[in-house]
Design a protein around this ligand. Structure first.
Ligand SMILES: Nc1ncnc2c1ncn2[C@@H]1O[C@H](COP(=O)(O)OP(=O)(O)OP(=O)(O)O)[C@@H](O)[C@H]1O
Length: 518
């Protein structure tokens, strides 16, 4: 069986409707993907778009075998392992103490988003402890075509949220009253005697964070485990190079990401603690989710049982319901973006494509296997795309590979539009029924997007044994407990070279203004 990883070779620019330009770049190494022999291929991530329909495809796929054993030296990080210099550096200096001359701000509001007890000890459950990087996994379970005709044309049977209006060109649609600039005085005053703001909130500085190790890389930067020297807690720092963000025309997406993360607070979404920038990079500080990606567990297991899939699906439904209630569409649901916390519960990460919706949106983005037909057809899309992606995710958890698959993105799109799905003979028929109702090409008939919204999904028979309050309150027993030895354990993540940190380049003042409200 061919094992392929579907992320992060990254190639640029496809115009779906006319021109095609491609340039390839390998972006990172990653994990394996077990697909059926006939489905050995690729997948990509779409990262730009709208008016011109120019999209960038990140993540073709890189091959890497799943390690059969975890070496004892592998990933046994300590704080002394690496320290890095953030902010402007000369040359390729990647060592030394973290020292930043930044325009960082202190934002007490953001502290409110931090969940209090996410790094607490994992609950005592009699589950199998598994490592995301171990080969064996033992899951102990507990508990038609779109009817629109033209781009943007009004749909006869809109649901309440599918408002027709002017085209949204992915402008930043919200001003959340970011007080970054207001707070700069805290920062300019240098190392004040107190780490508290006048309002009593935490006054952050970049040099409070000691970078330990890279745990993930993305399109414009990387995510590192770091230690907050003030609270002594581990956290994750996402570092985005502004030059790359500008080059890939992702300014509004990055601002959306930060703004939405500041707005949300839910047990199954990542918590943004603080964000800032200097003259080179944007920084976001999150709680560190040490169990690794669901992707890794799924690839190691091959497929999940119906009960295991049901557990993860339920937590995602709870989160999607919450996000949609705030008119936020997530748009990037896939196992790579689902982290498992030490307690075995899900944390949805990467809100880079999330969007506060006032209308349908037209941006072509997502990951090919997971994008809904209406995105491919550029008809404007809404929260229904998340319910589609949930159908793809449940299928992938149960079967081991996504329902629409091809070596080339265009092949994937064709399969999505054809509406044909191959079903495994022994698939749980109730789960199959739910998937069928989610993978409906006509989004007006798609479960989750009709007049009862998420309630229709929650009431489906596959979830009939669930109490949704229990789901929200993390009372369901997780099927997998990650093998985690301490809060800063990185053994459930891939190893990333620390030698390829690019020298940071200060952007000029004109470009820096583009990020004024970050
Ligand atoms: N809070 C966190 N705790 C632990 N690991 C994290 C955290 N946030 C992100 N990661 C890891 O870093 C990876 C990259 O993060 P993320 O997807 O947010 O970056 P990105 O630049 O948006 O990536 P992409 O270009 O693929 O969208 C994740 O897949 C995950 O493995």
């Amino acid at each position: 069986m061919l094992k392929l990883k579907l992320r992060n070779i990254y190639f640029t620019v496809v115009n779906i409707s006319s021109n095609i330009q491609c340039s390839k770049k390998i972006n990172k190494t990653s994990m394996s993907k077990n697909f059926p022999p006939s489905k050995n291929g690729s997948s990509s991530k779409l990262i730009a778009g709208t008016e011109t329909h120019m999209i960038k495809l990140t993540a073709l796929h890189n091959k890497k075998q799943i390690p059969t054993t975890r070496t004892s030296t592998n990933n046994t990080n300590t704080e002394a392992t690496f320290t890095f210099k953030l902010g402007r550096t000369t040359g390729s200096d990647v060592s030394g103490d973290l020292s930043v001359n930044s325009s960082e701000s202190s934002d007490p509001v953001e502290s409110d988003y931090s969940e209090k007890s996410e790094d607490e000890k994992a609950q005592q459950v009699e589950n199998t402890h598994v490592s995301a990087n171990s080969h064996s996994i033992s899951s102990v379970t507990t508990t038609s075509m779109n009817n629109e005709t033209v781009d943007g044309e009004k749909d006869e049977s809109h649901d309440a949220d599918d408002i027709t209006n002017t085209e949204d060109s992915d402008r930043s649609e919200q001003d959340d009253g970011n007080d970054t600039d207001d707070e700069e005085t805290d920062n300019e005053s240098g190392e004040s005697s107190s780490n508290l703001t006048e309002k009593g909130g935490r006054k952050y500085h970049l040099d409070h964070f000691q970078i330990i190790k890279t745990v993930g890389t993305g399109t414009f930067g990387r995510v590192c485990l770091c230690r907050d020297k003030v609270s002594n807690k581990y956290c994750a720092m996402k570092i985005l190079a502004m030059t790359e963000v500008i080059r890939l025309k992702q300014i509004e997406h990055v601002k959306n990401e930060r703004n939405i993360l500041r707005e949300i607070r839910h047990p199954f979404t990542i918590s943004l603690e603080w964000s800032t920038k200097d003259e080179s990079n944007l920084y976001m500080i999150f709680d560190y989710v040490c169990g690794g990606e669901l992707f890794t567990y799924l690839r190691n297991a091959g497929k999940f049982s119906s009960q295991t899939s049901n557990f993860y699906a339920a937590e995602i439904v709870s989160a999607l319901d919450y996000l949609h209630s705030l008119q936020i569409i997530y748009r990037d649901l896939k196992p790579e973006n689902l982290l498992i916390n030490r307690d075995g519960h899900i944390k949805i990460t990467d809100f880079g494509f999330a969007k506060k919706l006032r209308d349908r949106t037209w941006t072509l983005c997502g990951t090919p296997e997971y994008i809904a037909p209406e995105i491919i057809q550029s008809k404007g899309h809404n929260k229904a795309v998340d319910w589609w992606a949930l159908g793809v995710l449940i299928y992938e958890m149960l079967v081991g590979y996504p329902p629409f698959y091809d070596e080339q993105p265009f092949g994937i799109y064709e399969k999505i539009l054809s509406g044909k799905i191959e079903w495994e003979r022994h698939m749980d028929p109730i789960a199959k029924d739910l998937i069928k109702k989610l993978l409906v090409n006509d989004r007006t008939k798609r479960l989750g997007n009709m007049k009862n919204g998420a309630d229709d999904v929650k009431r489906h028979r596959w979830f009939k044994n669930l109490n949704w309050n229990d789901v929200y309150n993390k009372k369901l027993m997780p099927p997998i407990l990650p093998d985690v030895h301490h809060d800063g354990d990185t053994t459930n993540f891939d190893d990333y070279s620390e030698m390829d940190w690019k020298p940071t380049i200060a952007i000029d003042q004109k470009d820096l203004k583009l990020f004024n409200d970050f």
